[in-house]
Design a protein around this ligand. Structure first.
Ligand SMILES: O=C(O)c1cc(=O)[nH]c(=O)n1[C@@H]1O[C@H](COP(=O)(O)O)[C@@H](O)[C@H]1O
Length: 233
């Protein structure tokens, strides 16, 4: 796999037409993420389009509910044949175990990823607003280990925690990092960031890179620049 195959680009757009326009603009991208904005506005149609175009897909709906509801949602989402699917680790052990169990009899179930600590949060918010009494990195590690123990395939974490998670959770645990910013792009609402090269070097399997590409004046140029920085082009 080349480094550019490790980049997942989110289709964070308000409607299906904009999503298709983005796919047409960036045929080089092989892995796309469909999140709340597009799924809530336009439903599952985009997932069929990605399949027709032989692209890999990540359905990022971040389920967070009681075990029965999370399990049912994962089972329902699996009908779209996506490669990756997210739920929150803070839903707890029972919800994660039930989610895994709910898709265990399927022929090609999606890999389940647990959200640890959102990359937009900083240590101050975690301590003062959310009243979490642990260091941010320790909290992220605890959530990742809980996910692993519950049979979840991997975690979503910031690049700033990925080296530690890789060390403790092992090579087989899938680690996907948003919060990735090339040196030439702005952070926006992301808080715990690293560059694409740093994030891969730290041990990420996949990077989620959105606005630095999709919000660029010329998305194709931004994509090529990132691939070049990763040594691909
Ligand atoms: O689950 C995610 O993908 C996710 C988790 C997280 O902690 N932080 C995070 O930014 N994301 C998603 O990753 C993408 C990041 O987009 P950009 O900030 O535009 O690069 C968005 O689609 C977010 O929904």
């Amino acid at each position: 796999m080349t480094n550019s195959d490790r980049i997942i680009v989110p289709l964070d757009v308000p409607d299906l037409e904009s999503a298709i326009a983005m796919l047409d603009l960036l045929p080089e991208v092989n892995f796309w993420k469909v999140g709340l904005e597009l799924f809530v506005s336009s439903g599952a149609e985009i997932l069929g389009i990605l399949q027709e175009r032989q692209k890999k897909s990540f359905l990022d709906l971040k389920f967070h509910d009681i075990p029965n509801t999370v399990a049912g949602a994962c089972r329902s989402a699996s009908r779209y044949q996506v490669d990756l699917l997210t739920l929150h680790a803070t839903a707890g052990r029972q919800a994660m175990t039930a989610a895994k169990e709910a898709i265990s009899d399927l022929l090609s179930p999606p890999k389940l990823l647990a959200i640890t600590v959102l990359t937009s949060l900083n240590a101050r918010e975690l301590a003062l607003d959310l009243k979490i009494p642990l260091e941010l990195s320790e909290y992220a590690l605890n959530l990742a280990l809980l996910a692993k123990e519950s049979g979840i395939d991997g975690a979503v974490c910031s690049p700033q925690e990925v080296a530690q998670l890789r060390r403790v959770c092992g090579e087989d645990f899938l680690l996907v990092c948003p919060g990735v910013r090339p040196s030439w792009s702005i952070k926006g609402d992301q808080s715990r960031v690293m560059t694409p090269a740093q994030a891969l070097k730290a041990g990420a399997d996949y990077l989620v890179i959105g606005r630095p590409i999709t919000g660029a004046e010329e998305p194709k140029v931004a994509w090529a620049k990132i691939c070049h920085e990763l040594g691909d082009i």
